[in-house]
Design a protein around this ligand. Structure first.
Ligand code: HEM
Length: 466
């Protein structure tokens, strides 16, 4: 493998060597669950421990992961804590729906998320990324640092608003974007009461501000849907070709109910922009500390753009850009934990004939965070080495050791959309600018709804020669 002599090791908690006390677990879970995991979670194929009285299996073994997410997926429900946090916000949206509702909704929405539709959005992604890039011209002139974490959230939000609603939101976009932020900030946190498995009716004080934001937000979404519905009746051929139109066309007994459409719009806003934004910010940060690979990316971007290739083709035509993004998804998976609970008792046997039992109602944690940094599966697991994801090395990465988008029937429905968006956004930004992290800046990853840098990432922007 063509690897630089000293690849960059970006900041991340080191595995704990001493198990935390019960009180410390509560504190760390609230502050930053990424700091909780001990050395066994990063080095053993699986572990079973008691966690707040509940048996918890941490699954790192690719065979065990395949068993839970694919082979016996029908026996696994979403884990109760995750549902407690997310269901009040997203209700029967695809991410939180279960059973028959999930099955019908996933089937109905599959045609909306085909690669053909994602490709149809490439032009919008390009246009919005280009307009967004102009905002950095001033910073490039003055040398004033920019917070790239905030910038990437704005960019992916604007791409989502355009592909989802074509910008036709029943309120000023600014107010809407602020509400999205407030909602994600307050609602997506694990409250200590969740950990203690207190009943859902005990109010979680940490989430009260989010509740107000949520009802204002739902009202805007339903007004937006009503306005579009009226337009579809008055002028069926003149409506924009965006997610909103595609979803509203699914209304009906075989498809989705009105409420489910609203829930899914909220779900796409929640699941579909912060995730990509975080990974984009981590990519720009890691690339800025990997000058050798940055040059390869710049050469690739300059060449593909000079050839005048359509942005629809960039995902294929820019393997270095894609590899940098995929490596950032490995080190900082936006969804750091995929949690399940067996519906009935289950068993799985490893290659040495050892059988483990996964009893009904216990927790199974499949954590991209530990899996992607696992010493059994990765060479130099803590280092940024995008070369691993270049086409000539890609087949060395097993299907179940790299799970930024999950796997099995509940795999991320927006994965192609996100990859295409990321490559287009990175190409546009890196064509015009070079991003350099400020000296001494060490962004610290924390797990909220996504894996995000604690205080953002301050970077200096400079213009590249045209
Ligand atoms: C880099 C960006 C993204 C990452 C890392 C990501 C990650 C994930 C993961 C890990 C899951 C599986 C969760 C589980 O099995 O419990 C998931 C599900 C989902 N994602 Fe994404 N996602 C991203 C972007 C998007 C986008 C752009 C959209 C929509 C526009 C989206 C919509 C969804 C939905 C609706 C589900 C639920 C699917 C189901 O349960 O059937 N995601 N995502």
């Amino acid at each position: 493998m063509d690897i630089r002599p000293e690849p960059f090791e970006p900041p991340a908690p080191f595995p704990r060597t001493v198990p935390p006390s019960r009180l410390e677990i509560i504190k760390v879970m609230f502050r930053n669950p990424l700091e909780l995991w001990g050395a066994p979670s990063y080095s053993l194929p699986y572990i079973q421990v008691k966690f707040f009285g509940r048996l918890t299996t941490i699954a790192n073994h690719p065979g065990l992961i395949r068993h839970v997410l694919v082979e016996n997926a029908a026996n696994y429900a979403m884990q109760p804590i995750r549902q407690l946090v997310l269901r009040p916000i997203l209700r029967d949206g695809l991410l939180t729906a279960e059973g028959a509702v999930w099955k019908r909704s996933r089937k109905a929405m599959a045609p909306v998320f085909t690669p053909r539709h994602a490709r149809g959005f490439a032009g919008k992604m390009l246009r919005i990324s280009e307009t967004f890039a102009e905002r950095y011209d001033a910073a490039a002139r003055t040398g004033e640092p920019v917070n790239i974490a905030v910038g990437m959230t704005e960019l992916t939000y604007e791409i989502l608003a355009d592909t989802l609603f074509s910008g036709e939101i029943a309120t000023g976009t600014e107010g809407f974007a602020d509400r999205v932020d407030s909602l994600l900030h307050n609602m997506g946190r694990i409250d200590p009461l969740d950990l203690l498995q207190a009943p859902a009716w005990i109010p979680r004080l940490t989430r009260i501000p989010g509740k107000r934001a949520l009802s204002a937000f739902r009202k805007i979404v339903s007004d937006t849907m009503n306005a579009r519905r009226a337009r579809m009746t008055a002028d069926p051929d003149g409506v924009p070709d965006d997610f909103l139109t595609l979803l509203l066309r699914l209304e009906g007994p075989e498809g989705l109910t009105r409420d489910e459409i609203e829930d899914n719009i909220l779900t796409f806003i929640g699941a579909g922009h912060e995730t990509t934004a975080r990974a984009l910010a981590w990519t720009l940060y890691c690339v800025s500390e990997s000058p050798h690979f940055r040059l390869l990316m710049e050469e690739e971007i300059d060449r593909v753009m000079a050839e005048g290739r359509d942005p629809v083709e960039w995902l294929e035509a820019m393997p270095h850009v894609r590899a940098a993004f995929e490596e950032a998804l490995r080190l900082y998976p936006p969804a750091p934990s995929i949690n399940r609970a067996p519906i009935e008792d289950d068993q799985w046997t490893d290659e040495n004939g050892r059988t483990i039992t996964l009893p009904k109602g216990t927790s199974v944690l499949i954590m991209p965070w530990t899996l992607h940094r696992h010493v059994l599966y990765w060479e130099k697991p803590r280092h940024f080495m995008p070369e691993r994801f270049l086409p000539e090395h890609r087949d060395r990465i097993g299907r179940f050791q790299y799970l930024p988008f999950g796997a099995g029937p509940r795999i991320c429905i927006g994965a192609t959309f996100a990859l295409q968006e990321a490559v287009i956004a990175l190409a546009v930004l890196m064509k015009r600018f070079r991003f350099d992290v400020l000296a001494g800046e060490r962004p610290w990853p924390v797990q909220r709804l996504t894996t995000q840098p604690l205080n953002g990432i301050a970077m200096r922007v400079s213009a590249r020669p045209a």
